[in-house]
Design a protein around this ligand. Structure first.
Ligand code: 13P
Length: 274
């Protein structure tokens, strides 16, 4: 089934009360593992990768290979560029066959973020791709202090209306990395945002969020859940220095990534939806 825009699958999840798993991969074997797990669980899937990883490993061959893998899956699959922090990187993703892109201007003043996001959304529409933006800022360790900023309902409403994004990442208490923010997810804030934003919402920092909180967030408008660190940990936990050959290491790592992906599919409620 050819790889598709993520817009329809995220809208269907929003309407159906589940979330599409959006899994960050860093290598081709991770992509193969999550696609195979998705096939077993019959879930729609967003396979995503960051410009940083593509810069390191090579945009041309890696995008092409990922696109081939996603095109071959017998499921609704989108290939999504996660966290393009410049307009150029987002447009590069569209040129390289990504069917969905996130422009992340959450480090910029809101007006500039909205202008850039609207420009990427326009280009994505022309390419038949979906687009995600972020208002507020979901932080990560190592960033300059003071960037974290929880999204307000007013900001989300205005940003969604001004940009034309298909789905919107909001900061409601999670952080990137394995640990949720100190207070967990602010469910009241999420409800307020859902009530005024006209688009499905995205949760970043899905690793390490307690199961009950994740389910509660999905019940309040989260329709795309990003998970990265938990898959990396599963992969690295399976790497055995005493293994006889690299292919044995990769096999074990893929099995561990597949098992973690299936755990996420069960939690997001997406299993069986494809
Ligand atoms: P985690 O690494 O915390 O799962 O976050 C992933 C993410 O939000 C990628 O955009």
């Amino acid at each position: 089934m050819p790889c598709q825009s993520a817009a329809a699958m995220v809208r269907a999840a929003f309407a159906g009360g589940y979330a599409v798993p959006a899994l960050d991969i860093e290598t081709c074997d991770m992509a193969e593992a999550v696609l195979a797990a998705a096939e077993r669980a019959r879930t729609p899937l967003i396979v995503q990768i960051t410009p940083r990883t593509l810069d390191r490993l090579g945009w041309r061959w890696l995008s092409r290979h990922l696109r081939d893998l996603c095109d071959a899956a017998p499921l609704p699959v989108a290939l999504h560029l996660d966290h393009a922090t410049s307009v150029e990187a987002a447009l590069r993703g569209l040129d390289h066959g990504f069917t969905s892109v996130m422009y992340d201007g959450s480090h910029l003043p809101p007006d500039e973020n909205a202008r850039n996001t609207a420009a990427v959304a326009e280009a994505a529409r022309r390419a038949g791709a979906s687009v995600e933006g972020e208002i507020g800022h979901v932080g990560r360790d190592g960033e300059p202090p003071g960037l974290d900023h929880l999204t307000t309902a007013d900001e989300a409403r205005a940003f969604a209306a001004a940009t034309g994004v298909d789905f919107l990442a909001v900061a409601v208490g999670t952080r990137h990395g394995h640990s949720p923010g100190p207070g967990g997810i602010d469910l009241r804030r999420l409800e307020e945002i859902r009530d005024v934003a006209s688009v499905p919402l995205v949760l970043h920092g899905g690793s390490g969020v307690p199961d009950a909180q994740l389910r509660a967030a999905i019940a309040r408008g989260i329709a795309k859940v990003n998970v990265g660190t938990a898959l990396n940990r599963a992969y690295m936990g399976a790497v055995d220095a005493a293994a006889p050959a690299p292919r044995d290491v990769v096999e074990r790592a893929m099995a561990a990534v597949g098992a973690e992906a299936e755990r996420v599919f069960a939690l997001t409620g997406s299993a069986g939806a494809a």
